[in-house]
Design a protein around this ligand. Structure first.
Ligand SMILES: Cc1cc2nc3c(=O)[nH]c(=O)nc-3n(C[C@H](O)[C@H](O)[C@H](O)COP(=O)(O)OP(=O)(O)OC[C@H]3O[C@@H](n4cnc5c(N)ncnc54)[C@H](O)[C@@H]3O)c2cc1C
Length: 463
């Protein structure tokens, strides 16, 4: 790709703007570009997210901006996930609005890894099989970190015996910057696991560096209902009775095998390895409220990790959600991904049911309602504040006033949760301060549901 002087110059101010407008997800692709001259690192910002620290950088390569999943001025050829999917997943035989291109959809689990994983263990199983079958030589996965204040990080797994290090969902900010920086010098092929915006950054990286198409041979997409600030983990540690300034090994999805899948706990340890644990049901709704969420996630419409070879999420539908051992929803988007599943089924490694498109959408209904239906209104609000939002596909839906109130209040609750926890890390004062905004959000949400039910009733009886 030819670099123009103008674009080289522009990358830096635009990326600075993306960071200051809270539109950065911390993937780190921008600072891991092969032609990057500056030594730029990811740093914690005051809101508890990892962002690039451009410091005294004079300029950045054009590709730094081009690979940003929240670049407000993308090239037309890679304008949205749709164009990228047409380039990278053109072989997929089926396509469904809101889900993307695919081969097959399943709900299921991996016998060997289910109990030690967050959902059905497919994330760990696929990592294992990619290494065992020598499809790749390394997998970039999120594992424990030995760095102080950073319990988790992206690292490189090369041995199938090490796959358990990557198991379990970490609702904690991580960045791919350091592993991506090593990519050009690595021998062989790699696979990368990531949430949808990280997967998009990797696809953009492949597009602008075609030699990466073969080198990055497989992408494991992890469905994401919103990236959380590190404050989320601190708050949960305090709720569980630990010191939010000194805790270790946060575990976000401790299963209760005898209960339903939603009834999971958070746990962490103190410096003496004493365990603290709390049921998430006791903490309250941490997802629908937008608590500690990255602002950028309100401007992401890729619910289903549409650019990955395989998409993995939680089967939040009956009968699967009744089983506390955990079940994945799975979408295969490449022939290789589907073969791995069919082979696993034939060998008895996997238990799989076919899912319909409607069932998949139902399993992520809350995500679709918020991210797709509310997008146009949130963009309008962002426009008022002169925020430049990247092109979106689901930005046309007019929503009624009662859902607008919910949207506006969710955005407020998100902002306040971060602002209050930043001010004082004290659960009692935090909960007290959040009480009124949360009550308001609950009232608006109840009203929205009531009006929706009434409208549905009227529609049903109308001639
Ligand atoms: C921030 C976040 C929000 C999520 N929201 C939803 C949601 O709304 N709906 C839903 O259905 N599922 C969601 N998930 C996915 C879900 O929690 C499980 O991770 C997924 O179902 C895979 O489970 P598994 O048992 O197959 O994975 P495991 O076998 O436990 O393996 C975990 C895999 O996830 C990767 N991983 C762990 N943490 C991260 C991270 N922070 N960033 C990138 N990759 C990571 C690991 O590298 C590994 O590949 C979310 C995950 C994250 C990280």
């Amino acid at each position: 790709m030819e670099l123009t002087e103008k674009k080289v110059f522009q990358s830096l101010p635009i990326l600075n703007e993306i960071v200051s407008n809270e539109m950065c997800v911390g993937c780190g692709a921008c600072i891991a570009q092969p032609d990057m001259k500056e030594n730029i690192e990811m740093k914690w910002n005051t809101n508890g997210f990892l962002v690039p620290d451009f410091g005294n950088a004079k300029s950045l390569p054009e590709s730094s901006l081009s690979v940003c999943p929240f670049n407000p001025f993308p090239d037309n050829a890679v304008r949205t996930e749709d164009e990228l999917a047409a380039i990278f997943l053109s072989q997929s035989p089926k396509r469904y609005n809101k889900i993307g291109r695919y081969y097959n959809m399943y709900a299921g689990h991996a016998e060997q890894f289910r109990l030690t994983s967050s959902s059905g263990g497919l994330g760990t199983y696929i990592t294992y099989k990619l290494l065992e079958n020598h499809i790749v030589d390394a997998v970039f996965s999120v594992t424990e970190s030995s760095e102080e204040g950073k319990p988790y990080t992206y690292s490189i797994i090369t041995q199938k015996e090490d796959v358990l290090k990557g198991s379990k969902t970490k609702y904690f900010p991580v960045s791919m910057a350091e592993v991506l920086k090593q990519l050009s010098d690595m021998e062989g092929k790699v696979a990368i696991a990531g949430i949808p915006c990280f997967i998009k950054a990797v696809r953009l990286h492949q597009y602008y560096h075609p030699e990466m198409k073969d080198k990055i041979a497989f992408l494991i997409g992890i469905i994401c209902g919103g990236m959380k600030s590190r404050f989320f983990s601190e708050y949960l540690a305090a709720k569980a009775g630990a010191n939010p300034a000194l805790f270790f090994k946060p575990a976000f999805r401790v299963k209760d095998y005898d209960s339903n899948a939603l009834n999971y706990s958070y746990s962490c340890e103190d410096e003496n390895a004493k365990l603290y644990q709390i049921k998430m049901a006791k903490v309250g709704d941490m997802w629908g409220t937008g608590f500690f969420k990255n602002n950028a996630c309100d401007f992401c419409d890729d619910v289903a990790a549409e650019l990955a070879d395989i998409t993995l999420g939680d089967a939040w539908i009956n009968p699967y959600e009744q089983d506390g051992k955990g079940t994945n929803v799975i979408i295969t988007r490449s022939a290789l991904a589907d073969k791995l599943l069919q082979d696993g089924l034939a060998m008895g490694d996997l238990t799989l049911d076919h899912l319909t498109e409607e069932q998949f959408i139902q399993s992520q209904q809350g995500g679709y309602n918020h991210r797709h239906r509310g997008m146009k209104y949130r963009i309008a609000l962002a426009d008022k504040n002169d925020r430049v939002i990247p092109p979106k596909r689901y930005d046309k839906e007019q929503i009624p006033f009662e859902f607008r109130w919910v949207q506006k209040m969710r955005m407020k609750v998100r902002t306040l949760s971060i602002a209050y926890w930043k001010k004082e890390r004290n659960i009692w004062r935090f909960d007290e301060a959040m009480q009124d905004p949360l009550k308001k959000l609950q009232r608006y949400t109840a009203l929205y549901h009531k009006i929706r039910r009434l409208k549905n009733k009227v529609q049903r009886v109308a001639p």
